[in-house]
Design a protein around this ligand. Structure first.
Ligand SMILES: N[C@@H](CCC(=O)N[C@@H](CS)C(=O)NCC(=O)O)C(=O)O
Length: 217
């Protein structure tokens, strides 16, 4: 099915995503901010679509997001996709040191923040908070350590890198914006809340369930 779809749609960006996925949401935000048209294929992750052989041919880890480029090649991993799309735009400046700092925040997001925030959210969305309370407690412990680090850094920064909004802000803000859905209390992080409000007010920012004006169906 995916191969047929791919052949038909060659020539346009095609995003394979999941409805509730914060990692996919990040890509839709950047595509919108860049005003890039794209086709969207929403997988049914609960039904196991991501593990199907056709999808594994596109996405080697069997995960969304995956982005098929105009020439038919595919990229996976949200941070890699963001960096690819942002290349040559104001969201990813040329300066080598600035770019490395952006990468540094993206590694922090994937290594420290994303899992505890995303997993706690999945547990809440699936209404398993009571049943998995110990697991949730461990996730919250890890998530709060990462959020405290972010809070401390934001005490002296308006934006994460270089004094402007970049893909680093977008990448880190994705799951932080969804943290309360995982039972995190952001009231105790005034710097994060101020920064999130700034990030959300950026031109082209869309909510996780909003349809992008650049999405072609
Ligand atoms: N590090 C990856 C994580 C991607 C990921 O975990 N994707 C989840 C949805 S958010 C997924 O596809 N899960 C497969 C499944 O649920 O079967 C990224 O940032 O793209």
């Amino acid at each position: 099915m995916y191969r047929d779809t791919l052949m038909r749609r060659l020539g346009m960006l095609r995003l394979y995503d999941g409805r509730f996925s914060g990692n996919c949401w990040k890509i839709r935000i950047l595509l919108t901010q860049l005003r890039l048209e794209y086709q969207r294929e929403t997988l049914d992750l609960a039904a196991g679509d991501a593990g199907k052989p056709e999808f594994l041919e596109l996405s080697r880890y069997g995960r969304v997001p995956a982005l098929t480029l105009e020439d038919g090649r595919t990229l996976v991993e949200s941070s890699a996709i963001l960096l690819y799309l942002a290349e040559g735009t104001r969201f990813l400046p040329d300066d080598r040191y600035v770019r490395s700092q952006i990468a540094s925040w993206m590694f922090f997001e994937q290594g420290d923040l994303q899992r505890p925030l995303a997993m706690a959210r999945v547990i809440h969305i699936r209404d398993l908070a009571h049943q998995l309370s110990q697991q949730l407690e461990r996730l919250h412990a890890d998530g709060y350590i990462a959020l405290e680090k972010l809070e401390r850094c934001l005490a002296s920064l308006r934006w994460l890198v270089g004094g402007i909004y970049t893909v680093a802000d977008l990448a880190v803000a994705g799951y932080v914006s969804l943290a309360t859905e995982g039972g995190y209390d952001l009231q105790r992080f005034p710097n994060i809340r101020r920064w999130l409000a700034d990030v959300h007010s950026q031109d082209g920012w869309i909510g996780i369930f909003d349809k992008s004006p650049y999405e072609i169906t």
